[in-house]
Design a protein around this ligand. Structure first.
Ligand SMILES: Cc1cc2nc3c(=O)[nH]c(=O)nc-3n(C[C@H](O)[C@H](O)[C@H](O)COP(=O)(O)O)c2cc1C
Length: 331
């Protein structure tokens, strides 16, 4: 059977209007309009990360993405750990979908749905899935501990996915965390996922806002280079997964000390315009940054070893989807 014909995949595609069950994760400041719109045009679901946006910047980003997405759907993500000041502006700007992570907010979910906006929630635990379902969401994203960036889950995707599916009922469940190959996409769908969400794979896309040094570090990394840690806690003290580098090595060698006594603490690593980014910051380097970029946080999931080239986002979507379908034909 073709993966595209799986009933849960069909349900998800008819919900969102995208052609292929591949979702580009809201990869912070890497998730810019050229990336989200390229994924959308290629048939996947593109996403903007608007947690830290002002309302005006969000309105502009949504208008620009709409203009470039050729009528294809995309979403805006909000991390509920932060105030999310641009949420109402995103609804007013007519964003087609929103996703939330790091919590369930029934009031915002209801506001989005009454504006005709489809809602997804990323969860790391089956009880989070239950709360999101009870709040009336349209789909769930199960984030396993393999994920790059900040990690809600303490459970591997293979254990989490069936637990979330169990709570989801009829709701489509998207699998996320460590997925970067066609065969891992096929595996997730055969385990009941309605699609996959990939972050690290799209950081290393031509259109992403990541600095080239960051993209090349992903290309050079091998399996096991993506560490689950609390090292880069500046601004947000939550578990995260990032590439091993000299900052992480020195911190681990010192016994993982708390803030205040860490090696090299307070040192400026790099500058981006007028902004100075210190060691242990949670801000990864984007285009235009200058300095010791490889010592900064470089978020990546466990699938990083399978990423061997920077590719246009449309090629990532179409190549990985073809490889996923092809993997089903191998006896
Ligand atoms: C650079 C980077 C930034 C991220 N920023 C966000 C974010 O702003 N909001 C969010 O919900 N998830 C964020 N994530 C996590 C993703 O939603 C997703 O769970 C993760 O990328 C999936 O794992 P993978 O990177 O192994 O594909 C980020 C991940 C990365 C790699």
């Amino acid at each position: 059977m073709m993966l595209i014909d799986s009933p849960q995949v069909r349900r998800f595609l008819s919900l969102t209007g995208q052609r292929l069950p591949i979702v580009q994760a809201p990869i912070g400041s890497c998730a810019i309009t050229p990336l989200a719109s390229a994924v959308a045009r290629a048939g996947g679901l593109g996403g903007l990360a608007l947690s830290w946006s002002t309302p005006d910047a969000a309105t502009q980003a949504i208008a620009a993405t709409k203009a470039k997405a050729d009528g294809n759907p995309f979403f805006a993500n909000f991390v509920l750990h932060f105030p999310c000041e641009a949420f109402d502006a995103a609804l007013d700007a007519g964003v087609p979908l929103v996703t939330f992570s790091w919590g369930v907010d029934p009031a915002r979910i209801a506001r989005a749905r009454s504006a005709g906006v489809k809602v997804g929630v990323q969860v790391g635990h089956p009880l989070g899935a239950r709360a999101a379902r009870d709040a009336g969401v349209d789909f769930l994203i199960a984030q396993g501990i393999e994920a790059g960036g900040h990690v809600q889950s303490s459970t591997p995707l293979a254990s989490l996915l069936p637990q979330v599916l169990n709570e989801a009922g009829d709701l489509p469940v998207i699998a996320a965390g460590g997925i970067a190959t066609g065969s891992s996409i096929a595996h997730a769908i055969t385990q009941g996922a309605a699609g996959v969400m990939m972050g690290t794979r799209f950081v290393a896309s031509t259109e992403s806002g990541a600095h080239d040094v960051y993209k090349q570090a992903i290309i050079a990394a091998t399996d096991g280079d993506a560490a689950y840690t609390l090292c880069f806690d500046g601004g947000w003290n939550a578990a995260h997964r990032a590439l091993r580098n000299d900052t992480l090595a020195a911190w681990e060698a010192a016994g993982c000390p708390l803030a205040g006594t860490r090696p090299g603490e307070g040192e400026i690593l790099y500058r981006h315009g007028t902004e100075a980014i210190a060691r242990y910051s949670d801000t990864p380097p984007n285009r235009g940054a200058e300095g010791a970029l490889l010592s900064a946080v470089l978020y990546a999931g466990t699938g990083v070893g399978a990423i061997t080239q920077v590719e246009p986002a449309a090629q990532i979507v179409s190549r990985l989807w073809s490889e996923a379908e092809a993997s089903m034909r191998i006896p």
